[in-house]
Design a binder for this molecule. Structure first.
Ligand SMILES: [Fe+2]
Ligand SMILES: [Fe+2]
Length: 170
């Protein structure tokens, strides 16, 4: 396979490490793809005056999450992996399914926090798996982790506000 590279993550003797990282990158890729789907739906479904800030924020995040998916996919290829086809997709974001009432923004906010937390946890594992083995994937994952921490922090702020203000009776 790697005909010229003798050291580093692309070398023949790093096959096992490489395959483990590709597997983790693939999981990360699917998480981002599902997040894109969930954020599209949740940036369109919500009703009400207070929905607007959530909608705008999620609209912006969609592009970022799509960029993350593309970064993970590119890295899969660079590590001699193959980006999977849609037939391999398995949904996992139960908490980001549409609420019964489209004015139920707390449901959406909690779902976003859960999705971001799941990504933060997985990318932490990926960063650890790359230690001393694959600096490039590690560097990329750290940068993406930073984005997810920023997303979670923003939605934690939304949750604080929505839970502290009593619902208007309108
Ligand atoms: Fe992301
Ligand atoms: Fe995110």
């Amino acid at each position: 396979m790697a005909l010229t590279s003798t050291t580093g993550i692309l070398s023949d003797d790093k096959r096992e490490e490489r395959e483990q990282i590709v597997e983790m990158l693939t999981k990360a890729y699917w998480m981002e793809i599902e997040t894109v789907m969930s954020y599209i739906a949740n940036s369109i479904n919500p009703d009400g005056v207070r929905a607007q800030e959530i909608i705008e924020s999620l609209q912006k995040d969609i592009q970022e999450e799509l960029g993350h998916a593309q970064s993970f996919a590119n890295r899969i290829k660079e590590l001699y992996g193959v980006v999977p086809g849609s037939a391999d997709f398995k949904p996992e974001q139960q908490s980001l399914q549409p609420p019964d009432e489209q004015t139920d923004l707390v449901h959406v906010i909690r779902g976003v926090i859960e999705a971001e937390s799941g990504a933060i946890e997985h990318y932490g594992h990926l960063i650890e798996a790359c230690e001393g083995v694959d600096w490039v994937t590690q560097d990329m994952a750290i940068e993406i982790l930073h984005d997810e921490e920023r997303h979670r922090r923003l939605f934690e702020g939304f949750l604080r506000e929505f839970e502290s203000e009593p619902r208007s009776g309108v």
